[in-house]
Design a protein around this ligand. Structure first.
Ligand SMILES: NC(=O)c1ccc[n+]([C@@H]2O[C@H](COP(=O)([O-])OP(=O)(O)OC[C@H]3O[C@@H](n4cnc5c(N)ncnc54)[C@H](OP(=O)(O)O)[C@@H]3O)[C@@H](O)[C@H]2O)c1
Length: 303
């Protein structure tokens, strides 16, 4: 992994969603870089309460605010569109507006699911947004409201987050199934790019330090990968590290044929960043998955 050159030592950073998959890593990376990190827990600052969110930002003296909080489950958003709207759109707008008042920089995490995913290939920051599910709609609304509240905000669109052993993403979950001898199957006709939470943290901090603004795609590089491809790479890596004795069978599934999703999913949402590489160079998706597997197995004492 490259050693990023940004300097945040001495900065006060307020992180919303610090208990989440990305938020945990963001807090650790910022603290390792000697920032003063504040991360109000859910019960202290519930995001449904826009006034509490605003007061927190106005009173904490932060130089930088990073929003890693969201309702990110698609079915959870579909079941409760009002909460999705409040947490994924209204709360980030309140953060952005409060930052405008205090002069703090603001980074809001968004998603590749704001894209419609109808055509294959990589989408850059100018690609048309047309979400196909409540989650994507609420996140797109959040992007627009944040930009309207404060045009200096940074919107970092991320995809398929993995690499935090404490909060397994897709490759770690498939590996857990394999290690416990369960049957394996993965969807082979939906693509994006698995991205390491640690790279997201470094990229976000580098963007903030450089006083960037606008939309950035913050994701691994390389060709779009399906969930099946991602699982296959994770299993290969586990075999090469002797954590699995041999490659288990991995069945291919089709998105339209599975019955466990109640909300529609966009099919091809892999992104490419035209603006980030000047500041932070992301690894390929394959490197990301292999690294996530190594980190996961090391955390379990299996390598
Ligand atoms: N996961 C992915 O693969 C993925 C892909 C693309 C984009 N994203 C985006 O990336 C960002 C980070 O995702 P993630 O997977 O790291 O998130 P996550 O693990 O689901 O964590 C969400 C965080 O938000 C907090 N939160 C949720 N509802 C809240 C509320 N009402 N009030 C206060 N806090 C609340 C949670 O706190 P508690 O746990 O205490 O409730 C948790 O800290 C999100 O913006 C998400 O939309 C994620």
């Amino acid at each position: 992994m490259q050693v990023p050159g940004y300097r945040i030592g001495g900065m006060r950073i307020l992180i919303f969603g610090g208990s989440g998959r990305t938020g945990q890593v963001m807090c650790r990376v910022a603290a390792e870089r000697e920032a003063d990190v504040l991360a109000p827990p859910h019960d202290v600052c519930p995001l449904e309460n826009a006034e509490a969110v605003s007061d927190t930002v106005l009173n904490c003296g932060a130089d930088l605010v990073v929003n890693c909080a969201a309702i990110s489950g698609l079915e959870a958003c579909g079941d409760d569109p009002l909460s999705a709207h409040l947490i994924n759109a209204v709360a980030p707008a309140a953060m952005a507006l409060a930052c405008r008042h205090t002069g703090a920089r603001f980074v809001h995490l968004s998603t590749d699911y704001v894209l419609d995913g109808r055509r294959s290939g990589l989408k850059d920051e100018t690609a048309k947004c047309r979400p196909v599910c409540v989650y994507g709609e609420s996140k797109r609304e959040g992007e627009l409201q944040v930009q309207e509240a404060w045009e200096e905000s940074i919107i970092a669109r991320v995809s398929w987050i993995c690499g935090n052993p404490a909060k397994p993403g897709f490759p770690e979950s498939m590996l857990t199934r394999a290690l416990t001898g369960q049957a394996l199957a993965a969807i082979a006709d939906k693509t994006s790019l698995p991205t390491d939470a640690e790279d997201i943290a470094h990229a976000v901090l580098a963007l903030a330090e450089a006083k960037s603004r606008g939309i950035f795609h913050v994701c691994s590089t390389g060709e779009p990968m399906s969930w099946w491809d991602c699982a296959a790479i994770a299993l290969q890596e586990a075999v090469s590290l002797h954590a699995l004795p041999a490659l288990p069978e991995l069945a291919r599934q089709q998105l339209d044929a599975v019955s466990f999703f109640r909300e529609p999913r966009p099919r091809h949402t892999a992104m490419i960043s035209t603006r980030l590489p000047q500041l932070y160079s992301m690894p390929t998706a394959e490197q990301t998955v292999r690294r996530a597997v190594r980190r996961f197995l090391a955390a379990r004492g299996q390598i």
